[in-house]
Design a binder for this molecule. Structure first.
Ligand code: MLC
Ligand code: AMP
Length: 544
């Protein structure tokens, strides 16, 4: 099982910023309550009337509504009091599938504050997907948008969920109405560092999704490290344009800003037009590579629009070296690429401070302070510098296991307690981690993970289908895009368009392959295994 304490690591200490103990140890010495929200609220600025978050129009960038730190405090208190009034059992999960809004962020903070476990769900998930998550996590409370209530309520009822609330894009709904009747003051519930703060579902190469259990310590240690390492201060202004149901938008971006009393410009959806309109007043931007590709396609992106920026962070998927170089040429800024996972939050980062080294395109930088990274061969042997193997990690940020799946948890850790990421890479001669591929059969499309086995399962269940293979091929916008290659049963007449329409009605839209090819058979090796590498080669130029 993962270690709970900071590990000393010779290579890492070279890149540790500041002196003395790492930020979380400093924090531990002064805080008795290990609830992540206690640390967040302790970081609120003295002037509570200052603006914490400004929601902005997703297409024009115009300000919609400012929210002060006081409002953030009072409204999360009301939500926490509402949850407390429900008399939920200790450790109850609150499952949330709502559009992005400042109120949705407040809900996350309110759940932390009340000491319950937050379970965010991608807004693209459809009924069968939600049914699985709710059935598996057995939340006590479900929050969804009013427009989804008609199909989510029966799923919640079947799973014996005691309370279902609604929360809408504009911040209305039964959750906010019910919370309004509760007090605006609330004492943050005391938690130990090992208590669960969130469960993030992440798909598996086989079988159904697994819920990665993240503790208050996991999230706070990582957030404080990033805040220090990336030089955050109260003068920062973050453009927040990522979804808040995954690590990148919910934890990395929000936590850094909240723990620094920095302002966020909050977009419910990413649109390059709106982001470019607000870039001149921002200092930090975070995005998956697709966001950078789309921003580059706008001619207004230049040194002038980025004149106040100090940091562009990319991650969640590989950043092409062409994008890295073009960004530097156009804006004068070098993107800082970092690497992380749902199970671990952030693991490595290119240096922020030039004293610690240059930001090298095509690498994900050094292990973050307190994080250890090693590369292991097939037999578990340690790989020397420059040699490729499986990336394994340890640190206070690494999750404790998958929700109610002890066997899966055991499989993913080595006997000496390192988490096997499923990513394949090396550490180069200067200590930079380079990811070269994945041992897990996974497609990362626009920063979302798509597991071929899941999609193949849906296709194979369709009438007339004998078998299928779903592969990822290069895509100029999404980095990688899914393509399905399908073999029909003898005498069947498969219709690719109808198959796509069927998939769209069943699974999240980003999982639906961009193309379906009907073929006579799939290429196999001598062992009878489908040679997906040959299919990937064959379709490599499809979207070129
Ligand atoms: C949307 N579409 C996608 C897609 N997003 N297809 C493939 N991959 C994607 N990522 C498709 C939809 O299915 C739809 O198709 C069409 O595009 C328009 O949908 P949309 O919702 O309007 O798309 P858009 O708003 O343009 O979204 C694109 C995007 C979004 C890039 C902004 O995908 C996004 O926000 N990605 C970020 C994901 C993220 O935050 N990942 C972090 C994971 S954390 P159709 O056919 O129905 O019209 C993690 C750990 C770490 O990985 O290290 O950070
Ligand atoms: P998720 O399960 O959604 O958290 O996705 C985590 C996966 O995203 C990792 O295991 C990597 O495969 C991938 N990933 C995250 N950041 C990067 C990056 N900077 N470069 C390449 N892959 C990345």
């Amino acid at each position: 099982m993962p270690t709970k304490r900071w590990q000393s690591n010779r290579r890492v200490t070279n890149h540790t910023v500041g002196t003395g103990c790492p930020p979380y140890e400093r924090h531990e010495k002064i805080m008795n309550n290990k609830n992540l929200y206690a640390a967040i609220s302790a970081a609120f600025p003295a002037d509570r009337s200052a603006i914490a978050i400004e929601s902005a129009d997703s297409s024009t960038g115009a300000t919609l509504k400012p929210y002060s730190w006081r409002e953030l405090d009072e409204r999360t208190a009301r939500i926490a009091n509402l949850l407390a009034s429900l008399d939920l059992p200790e450790g109850s999960r609150v499952a949330v599938q709502t559009e992005k809004s400042v109120e949705a962020l407040m809900l996350y903070l309110g759940v932390l504050r009340a000491g319950y476990v937050y379970l965010p769900l991608n807004t693209a998930y459809q009924a069968s997907e939600i049914e699985y998550f709710i059935g598996n996590a057995e939340p006590a409370v479900v929050v969804c948008s009013s427009k989804s209530l008609a199909w989510i309520q029966p799923i919640a009822d079947a799973a014996k969920v005691t309370r279902v609330f609604t929360l809408d894009d504009a911040g209305g709904g039964t959750l906010v109405e019910a919370a309004a009747g509760h007090s605006a003051t609330h004492t943050v519930v005391t938690k130990s560092g090992d208590d669960l703060a969130a469960i993030l579902y992440t798909s598996g190469t086989t079988g159904r999704s697994k819920g990665a259990m993240l503790s208050h310590d996991n999230l706070l240690s990582n957030a404080l490290t990033l805040k220090d390492y990336w030089g955050w201060s109260a003068n920062d202004v973050l453009i927040h344009a990522l979804p808040i149901f995954h690590v990148h938008g919910l934890f990395v971006a929000s936590h850094c800003a909240l723990l620094s009393s920095a302002k966020m410009i909050w977009f419910s959806k990413f649109d390059p037009n709106a982001v470019i309109a607000r870039l001149p007043e921002a200092t930090v931007f975070m995005g998956v590579p697709t966001l950078y590709v789309r921003l580059l396609s706008d001619a207004r992106l230049n040194r002038d629009t980025c004149k106040n920026m100090r940091l562009f962070v990319a991650g969640s998927a590989p950043l092409l070296i062409e994008t890295f170089n073009e960004w530097r040429d156009r804006t004068g800024h070098t993107i800082l690429e970092r690497y992380g996972m749902s199970e671990t939050a952030m693991l490595t980062s290119n240096p922020y401070d030039a004293q610690h080294g240059e930001r090298r395109g095509g690498t994900v930088g050094f292990p973050l302070p307190g994080v250890q990274v090693r590369v292991s061969g097939d037999k578990g042997e340690s790989c020397p510098v420059g040699e490729i193997g499986g990336i394994e990690v340890k640190g206070p940020n690494v999750f404790s296991g998958y929700w109610r799946m002890p066997e899966k948890t055991k499989e993913e850790f080595t006997v000496d307690g390192w988490f096997k990421t499923g990513d394949v890479g090396k550490v180069d001669e200067r200590g930079y981690v380079v990811i070269v591929g994945r041992s897990k059969d996974l497609i990362i499309s626009g920063g979302y993970n798509v597991y071929p086995a899941e999609i193949e399962g849906y296709i194979n269940d369709m009438p007339g289908v004998a078998e299928s293979a779903v592969i990822g091929v290069p895509h100029p916008d999404f980095g990688e895009a899914g393509v399905a290659v399908v073999v029909g049963k003898a005498g069947s007449a498969l219709d690719a368009t109808a198959m796509l329409a069927d998939l769209k009605s069943k699974i999240a839209n980003f999982k639906v392959p961009k193309r379906v090819f009907i073929v006579d058979d799939l290429p196999r090796n001598a062992m009878g295994k489908v040679q997906k590498n040959l299919l990937r080669q064959q379709h490599a130029e499809l979207f070129a």
